[in-house]
Design a protein around this ligand. Sequence first.
Ligand code: G4P
Length: 525
Amino acid sequence: MNDPRSEAARRRTFAIISHPDAGKTTLTEKFLLYGGVLTAGAGAVKAKGGGRSATSDWMELEQQRGISITSTVLQFPYRDRVLNLLDTPGHRDFSEDTYRVLAATDAAIMVLDGSKGIEAQTRKLFEVCRDREIPIVTFINKWDRPALDPLALLDEIEEQLILEPVPISWPVGDGGRFRGLIDRTSGDFIRYTRTARGASEAPEEVVDAHRAEAEEGDLWIEAQEGVELFDTIGREFESKRFESGELSPVFFGSALTNFGVRLILDAMVDLVPSPSPRIDEIGNPRPLEDPFSGIVFKIQANMDKAHRDRVAFMRVCSGRFERGMVVTHGPTGKPFTTKYAHSVSGRDRETVEEAYPGDVVGLVNANDFRVGDAVFVDSPVKWPAVPAFAPSHFRVARTTDTSRAKQFRSGINQLDEEGVVQVLREPGVGDQAPILAAVGPLQFDVCQHRLENEFGAPVELNPCAWTTARITDEESADKLRGMTGVTIAARSDGELLALFESPYWLQRLEVDQPELVLDKLIAEG
Ligand code: G4P
C-alpha cells in the first residue's frame, strides 16, 4: 500500500479558465496528447463539426450551443507525475459552478487569446480564483496568428488584474513567422517544427543564443530585447508569491500547433504545489496521512443516456481511497459503500480502484451527498461551507401538464441538489410553483431542457420582477412580509431569502430600518 503523503506529492490538481474560444478545449486535448493518453487522430475533446464524439461535451444542449456546461475530470500521467485536470464551464452564467470546481483545485491555468488579451469572462473567472487565493499560471495562446505586442499583453495583466506577470518563456516571432520560444530559465531558444494538423508532438530543437541570433536575425533580437527588459527589472518567479496569487508565471505558445505545450506542462509539475492538508471548518489542517477524507464539490445527474444515474464528484483530501470501502457521509452520519467509484472523463467511465489526495472520484448513486459535504473514515471532519452566489435572475416554474406533477417535482429537486439553479419556495405556494434563482439566464435554459427531456415534465418558466436577493432571518422576514415589492422565500438549505423588485427600495430600507437582517450573498463578480 502506498503512502498518501508521497502519492500526494506526485499529484497536481488544476483547472483551466478562459474566455470562450481562447483555446481551453484545444489545450486540454494537447495535454492529453503530451500525456500519451490521446494518440494522433484517436479522438478529440471537442467534437469538431459534429463528426467525432465529444469527450467533454456531455449534454445535447451543450452540443447544440457549442458550449461546455458540465464539468469534466481528466487524469493523465506526465513525467513521473499524475495530473488531474478539472474542466470548468466556459460560459459566464455558470460561474457558480466554476466556483465550486475551483474549491477542489490547487491551481488554474488562465488561457488568453494572444490577439485579444483579457476578455470579459477571463476577468470574471480570474476574480473567482483571486477570491479563493488560487495560484494562476498564464498561457497566452494562438501565437501562430498575428498577436498583440507581448509587452502590451503583460501590461494588461498587471493593470487590469493587479497580478504581477513573470514571463517564463518569450515568443520569437508571431503569426506565420512564429519560430519558437526563448526559455527564460536557461536562455536557450526552443525552435519548433509544425506537424500536420498539430496531431503529434511538435519536434523541438534547443538552440543556444549565438546560433539563434545568427539564424533568426531580427526576430531573435526583438525577442531578446523583451527578455532583457524583464531581466533588468529583476522580474523573477517567486513560489511564495505565486502560491498566494500575487504573481503569475506567463507562457506563450500555440495550442493548435503544440508550440509551448510541453513548457506549460513542465510548469504544472515544477511550479504548481502538490495537494496540501485541507483546512477544516475550525481552521485546523487535516494531515494528508490521516485516515481517508474527501470533499464533494459537484453533483451531476444523467450525464448521458447510457448511464442515467447521479454522480457525486469528490476530491480526496487525506489518506487513501479504495473502492468498496465504507465511508461516513458527514452531514447525515450514514455509512456509504463506495462500490461504484469511477473516474469520469466525458462519456467514458473507468472504475477507480484507489485514489490519493488531489484525485477526484465520481461516486455513483450517493443520493444524500451535496456540494461541500465531507466524507471520511474513522476520524470525522467538517469542511467550511461553500457559499452560494447572489442570484439576480428569477423565474417561477410550473408544469404545463398536471399529470406530470410528480416528475416535475422530482426534476426540480434533482436540479436543486445539483446546484443547477437555486430553488426557492414561498410558504403556501410550495411545490407547484417554485422560484428558480440563477446567476445567469442560461441556467434556466438548462433547467427547462432537462425537466422536459430527462423528467418528461413540460414546463413554463415565467419571468418575475425580482432583481436582488438578500439573506434574512425569521424576525426580519415577519416585518418584510407586510411590505410591497418584497417576497420572502425559503431555500432548500433552510435559509430565508428576501427578494426585492427594486434595488433602490432595498437601499432605502437598509438606511431607514438598519435593524433588519439583510445579508448579502457572495457577489457574483
Ligand atoms: P474554448 O474551449 O476556449 O472555447 O476554445 P477552443 O479550444 O474550442 O478553440 C476555439 C477556436 O480557436 C477553435 O477554432 C480552435 O481550433 C482555435 N484555436 C485554439 N487554439 C489555437 C491556436 O493556438 N491557434 C489558432 N490559430 N487557433 C486556435 P474553431 O474555428 O472554432 O474550431 P475548428 O473549426 O478549428 O475546430
